[in-house]
Ligand binder design. Structure first.
Ligand code: ATP
Ligand code: MG
Length: 626
């Protein structure tokens, strides 16, 4: 690990903090064996407290009750803004990369401080109090960040709703959160603050408040509310890949500590770095790695408002060159999309500023990982496949932190973060010990960034995460612990395919298909089949310039036979124009399962589906199973 000095960075090198530890292994063992010592020391050292905490943790995996830093008082916005503004008000906090390239705006910590306080005062003037829920429905922009921080300043609970959602999806999230206020932007991007009195979405002009005008009337100073470590900070909906989205709740201190520690250690981020996470602020990745993590660490964070292909597929790399981004963090769906468009869009740009390349959201197939590493990273960057969830608050499994020269294998997150204890659990709920085992991925030890509940649905919280396997947090994902002890995600447990008694993870088959030169993306699901329990149905999209045909299908089957085994060979291959994805870019296999089984009358909750036309096309071209 590189060692920034304490004065350069709000987090000193952990080896200096825990002098008996000289390696990742030492620190990891300490974090597992002496959990309270580990997290308590880091919390005191890296956060500013109004009152010190009395106990580090009081957690119970059996009952699903989690409390961290009990008795401590702090304010998250002070930790993210005031601390850095006091030291250096002119340091750039945000770079707003707008839709049009070359129009970026820079906001310093001093400016962000004033903006946040003005929004906080507007909220207070309109009667918003500690504990009230505020919905934020805005694209990535400085005012959206200021609004999140303004809530934290006064102790209101924000619920950011992805700005691409329909009014209906917004309305259901407002109702679910019982939000009293919505902060939104109109189409011309002139900001509005819409105060609401009823539970339904009625945007009446008498309730509209022009946010810019209201802010101009308010002071740029606002006394921060003194919050308890366990008061709610925000709620946020999951992506809805497997069903009805869950309104996950995070609290103050534990979340902030975990988001900021992982942001610094996984990405090797130091003060002065420009951190480019291109996720929307409407997802947990945007919360932890666009807003809270980087700001708590005092670095410059990029707010990316555009899309990977506007005005052309070189957009990310032109942005990296122009803004001199040091760490770049994106989703596999975007990487696969750009790979499909060819290397020339990357090669035009100087990407010499990059040191770390991150991936999150889905398993990254080996082909996409290699492309990211070679074509984007020129084999000089550290590539980190990071596994985590809305519920985990921050990255839980990732190749770093570890020694700078520790090996990295393509397409797997490999090693647990400090304090994270992954276990593989078998069908009967038993922990599978040793290496070379496959099963349900669970976490055995509580960590500060973990979700505290599902808003208004604590019993759903317990049923989903703590009751399936007693004593463990169940992630819903499957994983392999390889011979060398490294973790690889095999896909969702709901999606596991059972072929003649063999349990197959979707990612395994998709990885194999992805190695064929023509394949851009693939998604594999099971369908009911009398002979073997389940049959395998593969949906495949092709790279530009390739055409479907019998020869290609034979080759695709051959590659799966060679890489995995004969039983894993797809029975059906449907070449398609696109795959159904959530708004955050994840493949919705549950819809593909319905199409494969020819049961398309009821597709379930599709409120987070990005493009319904894709589903129509899949149904129209559905291959009848012989
Ligand atoms: P829902 O819970 O509503 O079905 P979701 O699980 O897609 O939606 P998120 O919290 O946004 O909602 O995503 C977390 C999930 O994303 C993980 O459980 C895992 O399935 C997948 N995931 C995230 N990162 C990785 C990764 N690096 N490798 C494999 N899978 C990943
Ligand atoms: Mg999930």
């Amino acid at each position: 690990m590189d060692s920034p000095t304490a004065s350069q960075c709000s987090f000193p090198d952990l080896r200096d903090v825990f002098p008996g530890c000289s390696s990742y292994e030492d620190l990891y063992n300490l974090s597992i064996k002496e959990t309270d010592l580990f997290w308590g020391t880091l919390a005191r050292m890296s956060l500013r407290w109004n009152r010190d905490f009395e106990h580090v943790s009081n957690c119970n995996m059996e009952s699903g009750l989690f409390r961290w830093f009990l008795g401590g008082k702090l304010n998250v916005s002070v930790n993210c803004v005031d601390r850095h503004k006091e030291k250096d008000p002119d340091r750039v906090a945000l770079i707003w990369e707008k839709d049009e390239p070359g129009q970026e705006e820079r906001i310093t910590y001093g400016q962000l401080y004033t903006m946040m306080n003005q929004v906080a005062n507007v909220l207070k003037t309109h009667g918003v109090k500690k504990g009230d829920r505020v919905a934020i429905y805005m694209p990535a922009c400085p005012l959206a960040v200021a609004s999140m921080l303004a809530c934290a300043r006064i102790g209101a609970v924000h619920s950011v709703v992805f700005a691409g959602f329909s009014a209906e999806a917004l309305a259901s999230r407002i109702n679910d959160a019982e939000a009293t206020v919505v902060i939104t932007a109109d189409q011309g991007c002139q900001s509005h603050f819409v105060a609401k009195r009823t539970g339904s979405l009625v945007v009446s002009s008498t309730l509209d408040v022009d946010l810019d005008e209201a802010m101009a009337k308010e002071s740029g100073e606002c006394e921060p509310a003194v919050m308890d470590s366990e008061d709610l900070l925000f709620m946020l909906y999951t992506s809805g890949s497997t069903g009805n989205p869950k309104g996950v709740v995070h609290s103050q201190a534990g979340y902030l500590l975990y988001a900021s520690l992982t942001q610094r250690l996984v990405f090797d981020c130091k003060e002065g770095d420009i951190f480019g996470c291109v996720a929307d602020i409407g997802w947990i990745t945007g919360h932890s790695y666009v807003v809270y993590g980087p700001l708590a660490n005092g670095v410059t964070t990029v707010l990316f408002e555009s899309t990977p292909t506007y005005p052309d597929p070189g957009r990310y790399w032109e942005t990296v060159q122009r803004l001199k981004i040091n760490q770049f963090y994106a989703a596999p769906t975007a990487i696969r999309l750009l790979l499909k468009h060819g290397d020339e869009h990357v090669e035009k740009y100087d990407l010499g500023s990059l040191r770390t390349l991150g991936s999150v959201g889905e398993p990254i197939n080996v082909e996409a990982w290699q492309w990211y590493n070679k074509v984007v990273g020129k084999e000089k960057c550290v590539v980190v496949d990071t596994w985590w969830q809305t519920e985990t608050g921050g990255i839980c499994i990732s190749p770093r932190p570890s020694a700078p020269d520790a090996e990295i294998h393509p397409g797997m997150p490999m090693r647990p973060m400090y304090g994270i204890w992954p276990v593989i659990v078998g069908e009967k709920g038993e922990e599978l010990k040793g290496n070379d085992v496959t099963g349900a991925l669970c976490l055995k030890k509580p960590w500060p960034g973990m979700a505290r509940t599902i808003y208004g649905a604590h019993s759903r919280f317990l049923e989903t995460y703590y009751q399936p396997f007693r004593g463990f947090y169940f992630t819903g994902d499957g994983a392999i612990r390889h011979k060398d002890g490294y973790y690889q995600i095999t896909g969702r447990m709901d999606d596991v395919i059972n072929v003649t008694g063999h349990r197959l993870g979707t990612a395994e088959v998709e990885n194999a298909l992805g190695q064929h030169p023509s394949v851009a993306e693939s998604a594999v699901v099971g369908y009911p089949c009398n002979d073997k329990g389940e049959g395998i149905y593969a949906y495949v999209t092709l790279k530009d310039g390739f055409l479907a045909g019998v020869k290609m299908e034979t080759e695709l089957r051959g590659i799966v036979r060679q890489k995995i085994a004969a039983y894993a060979v797809p029975d059906v291959i449907q070449i398609c124009a696109g795959l159904p994805k959530t708004r955050s870019g994840k493949i919705m296999r549950r819809i593909l399962r319905k199409v494969a089984a020819d049961q398309t009358e009821n597709l379930g909750d599709i409120s987070t589906l990005a493009d319904p036309a894709v589903v129509k096309d899949l149904i129209a071209n559905h291959q009848t199973i012989k």
